[in-house]
Ligand binder design. Structure first.
Ligand SMILES: Nc1ncnc2c1ncn2[C@@H]1O[C@H](COP(=O)(O)OP(=O)(O)O)[C@@H](O)[C@H]1O
Ligand SMILES: [Mg+2]
Length: 356
C-alpha cells in the first residue's frame, strides 16, 4: 500500500483506528506522514529524503530522530575540523608564499588546500523554523468565562448551554471528531460568530491571538508578505517584521512575494509569523498543524510548551497535544448539542482516566 498523508483531517479516534489496522496489516506499506505518533506506532523503517537522495533507517520515527541527530552532529564536527585545517593552511600559504626558502612548502600546502572538500559535507537541507510566542504582558486574574452558549445552524444543534471558565495558565487541547463543533466554539470565543444565546466575557488584560482553521479568507491581497504583516501594526520596527518572517523560514527574497502567491503551508506559516508579532497572551488556535511539516510542528509544540499565557488549541496530533496541554476539553457528538468533557491533566492522563 502507498499512503500519502492518510491522517490529514482525520480525528484522533479515526487515527487510532487506522494505526491499529495498519499495524495488523501483513503487507508492505510506504507511508508519507507528518504525524509522529502515527509514524512511531506503525512504521518499522524510515526512508529519509534529503539532498535528493533516500537513506534507509531501521526503526520508527523516534529511532530515526536519534540516529539522524547523531549523524548530523558527527558531520558537523567533521566539517568544523576541516574548516580549521583550511584556516591553518591558508595562514601558512599567505605567510610563506613570498618567501623563497619556504615557497616549495607553500605550494604543497596549496595542493592540500585544493584537495580539502568541505562542500561535500552537508549537514542537512532541513531547516527548523523557530517559533516563540512572547506575551506583551501577563493576564490578570480573569482570562475567559463563557456561559450558557448555544448555537444552531438551522435545525442542526451544534452547541447547547456550554459554559467554560478558563484561567490564565490553562493550556487547553480542544478535541473531538470532525463536525462536532470545535471551530464553531472557537469562532464564538473570539467573537467572529455570535452565539444564539449565552455570553462570552474576556478579561480586561487579555490580548488575543487567533489562528482560524480556514486561513485563506484572512490571507489575501496583492501586497508583499512583508507589507501585509507591517500593515497590521505600523508601530513595530521593520526589523522585527523581517525577523518574524525569517523565523518561519521566509528568506529575504521570499518576503517580497505577493501574498496571493502563497501555498497552503506557506499561508499557515504566515499566520504563525503574525501571531508572534502580535504578542498575545491568550491564543486560540484552530488546527494550526494542517499543512505544516514535521519540523514546524515540533517547533510549534515547543513554543506552546514554553508559552506563558493561556491557550486553546484544536489539533489531532497526539505528540503536539502531549507537548503542551494541561487541560483537555473533548466535545462528544450528540443530537442535542455536543456534550462537553472537561478534564484537568495531560492527554495521557485523560486517556488513562477513560481506561483506553
Ligand atoms: N456556516 C455554517 N452553516 C451551516 N452549517 C455549518 C456552518 N458551519 C458549520 N456548520 C456545521 O456545524 C457542525 C460543526 O462544524 P464545525 O464547528 O466546523 O466542526 P469541527 O470544527 O469540530 O469539525 C458541522 O456539522 C458543520 O457542517
Ligand atoms: Mg474545525
Amino acid at each position: 500500500m502507498l499512503l500519502d498523508e492518510p491522517t490529514n483531517n482525520l480525528d484522533l479516534n479515526a487515527i487510532a483506528w487506522l494505526e491499529e489496522n495498519l499495524k495488523r496489516h501483513e503487507g508492505t506499506m510506504v507511508i508519507i506522514s507528518h504525524d509522529r505518533h502515527f509514524l512511531n506506532a506503525v512504521c518499522t523503517h524510515i526512508l529519509d529524503l534529503d539532498f535528493n537522495t533516500l537513506r534507509e533507517f531501521s526503526g520508527n520515527y523516534d529511532d530515526w530522530y536519534i540516529a539522524s541527530t547523531l549523524i548530523a552532529k558527527q558531520k558537523e564536527a567533521e566539517r568544523n575540523k576541516k574548516l580549521k585545517e583550511k584556516e591553518e593552511l591558508e595562514r601558512f600559504i599567505a605567510r610563506f608564499s613570498a618567501n623563497a626558502s619556504k615557497a616549495r612548502q607553500a605550494t604543497s600546502r596549496q595542493k592540500q588546500l585544493d584537495k580539502l572538500d568541505i562542500q561535500s559535507i552537508e549537514v542537512s537541507s532541513r531547516r527548523d523554523p523557530s517559533i516563540v510566542f512572547k506575551p506583551q504582558r501577563t493576564i490578570g486574574n480573569e482570562a475567559l468565562e463563557c456561559s450558557q452558549i448555544s448555537k444552531s445552524y438551522g435545525d442542526l444543534v451544534v452547541l447547547k448551554n456550554v459554559s467554560l471558565k478558563i484561567a490564565p495558565k490553562d493550556k487547553i487541547a480542544l478535541i473531538g471528531p470532525n463536525g462536532v463543533g470545535k471551530s464553531t466554539l472557537c469562532k464564538i470565543l473570539v467573537e467572529e460568530l455570535a452565539p444564539d444565546s449565552g455570553s462570552v466575557k474576556w478579561g480586561a488584560t487579555v490580548l488575543r491571538g487567533y489562528f482560524p482553521q480556514d486561513v485563506s479568507e484572512s490571507i489575501q491581497g496583492e501586497e508583499s508578505l512583508y507589507q501585509w504583516l507591517f500593515n497590521f501594526n505600523k508601530k513595530i520596527e521593520s526589523g522585527e517584521v523581517r525577523n518574524a518572517l525569517g523565523r518561519m523560514l521566509f528568506s529575504g527574497a521570499e518576503q517580497e512575494k505577493s501574498i496571493n502567491a502563497l501555498s497552503g503551508g506557506e499561508k499557515h506559516r504566515m499566520v504563525l509569523s503574525k501571531l508572534m508579532l502580535e504578542k498575545g497572551n491568550f491564543l486560540v488556535l484552530d488546527e494550526p498543524t494542517n499543512h505544516l511539516d514535521l519540523e514546524a510542528i515540533i517547533a510549534l509544540g515547543e513554543a506552546l510548551y514554553k508559552f506563558e499565557g493561556a491557550l486553546i488549541c484544536v489539533s489531532h496530533d497526539r505528540e503536539l497535544i502531549s507537548a503542551y496541554a494541561n487541560r483537555i476539553i473533548e466535545l462528544v457528538p450528540s443530537n442535542k448539542g455536543a456534550k462537553v468533557i472537561d478534564f484537568r491533566g495531560s492527554y495521557e492522563e485523560y486517556l488513562a482516566s477513560k481506561g483506553t
